[in-house]
Design a protein around this ligand. Sequence first.
Ligand SMILES: Cc1cc2nc3c(=O)[nH]c(=O)nc-3n(C[C@H](O)[C@H](O)[C@H](O)COP(=O)(O)OP(=O)(O)OC[C@H]3O[C@@H](n4cnc5c(N)ncnc54)[C@H](O)[C@@H]3O)c2cc1C
Length: 430
Amino acid sequence: MEQMAKYDVIIIGGGTSGCAAAYICAKNNLKTLLVEKNNFLGGLMTGGLVIPVMKSSVKNYNCEYYNKLVETAKKYSSQITYKDNNDGWFNPQLLKIVLDEMLSNFSNLDILFETEVLDVIKQNKIVKSIILKTNLLSLPIEAKYYIDATGSAEFSQLCGCSFLDDENIKQQNSLRFIVGNVDIEKFCKFITKVDKNEDITNTYRNETNTNNELHFTTASTWDTNKYWALDEYLKKGVEKGILKEFDRSYFQLFSVAGAKGEVAFNCPRIHNYIDNPFKYSLELIEARRAIYRLYRFIKEYFEGFENSIIVNIATQTGIREQKRIKAKYVYTNDDILSAKTFNNPVLQADYPIDIHSDSINNSVLIKNICYQLPIESLMSADVDNLYAIGKLVGADFQAHSALRVQKSCMSMGEAVAKHIRQRLFPDAKI
Ligand SMILES: Cc1cc2nc3c(=O)[nH]c(=O)nc-3n(C[C@H](O)[C@H](O)[C@H](O)COP(=O)(O)OP(=O)(O)OC[C@H]3O[C@@H](n4cnc5c(N)ncnc54)[C@H](O)[C@@H]3O)c2cc1C
């Protein structure tokens, strides 16, 4: 009979946090398997078109993977450093190639694409082995440790884990898209005339950036806490019947590194019906309608977009929050607000509590508290050899809204990889 393949670690989900875990596991000589259901790596960073990495202004921990990502992306002209020193402006398409390069060169790391977990074999509180389902086969595999990096907790559910269900509030989803053939120089002249608030709208050209191109960021929302200059235009779009009122709720756009003439949209926001598959699917159809409405609107109202075309609609829905694991330490909003410190923190950041609401003036953005996260918030309370990282972090709803950003998710993957290495080889130096 054929021997079952054995690994030190199996990571389910090759997205933002899973790739970080896989890279650090492999670099620390652990025999590692990375299982990804798509045919590419990156998760929300690539398939979800989620750019740029949100910046934190405090010194973080566990950034080896992030720094390597920036270094490798530079080689492919798929990264820029913006004027606020945020070096996490990536190109979502090229990042797929960058991640392949970073992760395919380890002899102790196997990657399985288009593969999902069919079943889990448990003994008491330990996952002994799993059955994977590839296109053609089912494959039994065994590991000492497992990491759920699926974003949706599909693996933890199969393991019978419990989840935190502490709030009725939900983060709203978005379906991101990219428009190409934009005259960025013309648009930047227009937008900086329309919106003089540099905290919201700013542009940047620097000769170290790819081809000395001009980059920008701008946004508006329907909230009345501040003046959103672009919202005056969106209101006109609604009056003319091009846009719907809800299209005004959140509108954000950035230029794209290494993609001349491309503009990425962090919208439309869509209602979160994740617990109802029928409504959820209808919402995706509505999202694509909204993308087309926004596209008609910008072509008509924004200088520089006259000859633009939609070049990409995200293949992964922008789901901000879905399931949070019941962890050994449930991290709370109070931990953030009291700036609680921990021994050997997984990460340190100050990205704000950031809740996207579907009603006017109900979104939340609480700024600038430096907080830390303990490793126990990434360890399942129910299964002894299971970690859950990225969006699955064991935190309450508010704390999750701060922790979910990409750089923090990568630090989680890195910290868990190091923790497993420590458990397997207590005498080894990291
Ligand atoms: C709309 C939106 C906008 C955002 N904007 C920003 C931003 O501007 N900057 C920022 O820093 N953060 C932003 N975030 C947050 C951030 O992008 C995410 O929280 C983070 O990327 C989540 O990482 P993850 O590893 O948990 O999940 P993902 O990156 O989604 O990775 C999960 C991976 O698991 C795979 N997978 C799922 N199920 C299975 C399975 N059963 N078997 C195998 N593989 C599976 C998926 O295909 C995917 O590759 C945004 C999030 C959203 C939704």
